[in-house]
Design a protein. Structure first.
Length: 149
């Protein structure tokens, strides 16, 4: 890697990406900024995992609100639940290797979703369990119908 590559990475990320893509396309492997390419690839993987965690948190938050504040159920909660489920399905379809990390990702997502639900509902810490009352499969399958008691 030349000093120019490192400087370009630090000063013009888009230009650096275009340069690295061109080098790959041309098969000029020895000229790649390998350390920064590796860092960016790892970052992309973490980003996909964070996106899945975020959608699981969104799903859990709304399912917990649904369960623990039935009088406040709304169409927007139903839409958010459906949207989160669709986004989770898409993320797992596009990133099947994340299925091997579902226990960890679900635990993180539930924890975040629980905190979000506590903040949004005003319920006390003891009113929403720390241990999930459902697993991811249950959260994805639980039928939600607006107006149900």
């Amino acid at each position: 890697m030349s000093n120019r590559d490192s400087t370009l990475y630090d000063t013009d990320f888009y230009g650096w990406v275009q340069q690295q893509a061109a080098l790959i396309q041309q098969g000029r492997w020895g000229e790649l900024d390998a350390a920064n390419v590796q860092e960016e690839l790892e970052s992309l993987g973490r980003s996909e995992k964070r996106a899945l965690t975020s959608q699981i948190a969104r799903l859990c938050c709304h399912l917990l609100k649904w369960r623990y504040q039935p009088a406040r159920r709304s169409r927007s909660w139903v839409l958010s639940i459906r949207g989160a489920r669709q986004d989770i399905t898409t993320l797992l379809r596009d990133n099947p290797s994340l299925k091997g990390k579902l226990d960890e990702v679900f635990a993180d997502g539930y924890g975040r979703g629980r905190l979000m639900a506590l903040e949004e509902t005003g319920l006390s810490d003891g009113e929403i369990p720390e241990i999930p009352p459902f697993d991811l499969e249950g959260a994805m399958a639980l039928e939600i119908v607006l107006g149900e008691a």
